[in-house]
Design a binder for this molecule. Structure first.
Ligand SMILES: *[C@@H]1O[C@H](CO)[C@@H](O)[C@H](O)[C@H]1NC(C)=O
Ligand SMILES: *[C@@H]1O[C@H](CO)[C@@H](O)[C@H](O)[C@H]1NC(C)=O
Ligand SMILES: *[C@@H]1O[C@H](CO)[C@@H](O)[C@H](O)[C@H]1NC(C)=O
Length: 308
């Protein structure tokens, strides 16, 4: 009887002691930091001070700072490629790194050890990327002079300004993200300073699906031309779309961009021949006003996206 109980008791004891060292550890680090900037690596944990033995901060598995409770001095430095440790702003909770260079990019974590029982738990790895922002708006090229014709193919290139990492390019037509099938990516080119940039070509056949009729002028005036509103967004990280694409309710989602630039262009298209079918004309009219409304909302939304 007692022999049967023993393993159960042991199991219960192990379970208990494991239960008693359950605590949480997480590292708070921004996802992106500008080159030359500084960053705070804040190690959050739920261990009581009297149970705490040691906290270590690591970059790609290599120690960069350590705190041992009760030791004199309690802190220990390690060299960190691409960063300077700010001794005065580092303590048992946080490490401050200054003057960050690209080599400081990597995965950071912290590890918390308890004294009794001896137990160590690591946070998740958090990626930090040292970034050099785009210096300017993207360039839109390839626009032909004068008016485009209905049915004509509009081909435009958007080239981002060099950055590191490379900025992601998104084409937006009349307030909607363009389908990838209309895009051709010319991959990243490297500049002297190891910055990169790429070009994305948009090929759009002009039709009533994408041309907004311009507001008509006075009766008897020449036929109004149509418009296509084009925007090229270059962002780090990639553009994540809008929170609610339905209902023409284009609110930007809450993710902030570490870097964002944009350029816009309006292309004029000659008016198509008036349709003899009044029903078709009415449909076109209503879809056109919906498009015009979505463009207006879009412009407001883009201006609100991200913190720059
Ligand atoms: C840590 O590094 C700083 C700067 O290099 C230095 O001033 C300080 O003495 C070092 N402390 C220890 C304990 O190594
Ligand atoms: C866009 O750029 C690529 C690569 O430089 C080039 O081959 C292509 O002809 C350009 N397209 C337009 C419309 O300018
Ligand atoms: C087109 O829309 C305007 C205003 O939205 C409206 O006044 C006009 O009657 C519409 N035309 C047709 C053919 O539905």
């Amino acid at each position: 009887m007692a022999r049967h109980l023993l393993p159960l008791l042991l199991l219960a004891a192990v379970g208990l002691s494991e239960g008693s060292v359950q605590f949480h550890v997480s590292l708070r680090v921004p996802r992106f930091v500008e080159m030359g900037g500084s960053v705070l690596l804040f190690c959050e944990h739920s261990v009581a001070r009297e149970q705490l033995h040691k906290i270590e901060w690591l970059r790609d598995g290599r120690k960069l700072f350590q705190f041992v409770r009760g030791r004199q001095p309690p802190y220990r430095n390690f060299t960190t490629p691409g960063a300077q440790l700010d001794w005065r702003h580092s303590n048992e909770r946080q490490v401050m790194l200054r003057n960050l260079q690209f080599e400081a990019s990597g995965f950071y974590s912290c590890e918390v050890s308890t004294e009794t029982p001896i137990y160590t738990k690591a946070s998740n790895d958090q990626q930090l990327t040292v970034l050099l922002k785009q210096r300017a708006e993207p360039h839109i090229t390839g626009r032909k002079p004068g008016l485009y014709l209905p049915g004509e193919k509009l081909e435009l290139n958007c080239t981002a300004s060099p950055s590191r990492p490379e900025a992601d390019i998104t084409w937006i037509v009349n307030g909607k993200k363009v389908d990838d099938r209309l895009l051709q990516v010319f991959p990243g080119q490297r500049t002297f300073a190891d910055l990169t940039f790429s070009t994305v070509q948009l090929s759009l056949e002009l039709s009533e699906d994408n041309v907004i009729p311009a507001p008509s002028v006075a009766p008897g005036a020449p036929p109004a031309s149509g418009l296509v509103q084009l925007t090229c967004l270059t962002t780090i990280p990639a553009f994540h779309g809008f929170e609610d694409e339905h209902e023409n309710h284009l609110r930007p989602s809450s993710v902030r961009y570490a870097d964002k630039q944009m350029a816009s262009l309006t292309v004029e298209v000659m008016a198509p021949q008036p349709s003899p079918d009044p029903e078709a004309a009415a449909t076109m009219n209503s879809s056109a006003s919906a498009l015009a409304a979505s463009v207006a909302t879009f412009v407001a939304a883009v201006l609100a996206v991200g913190g720059r």
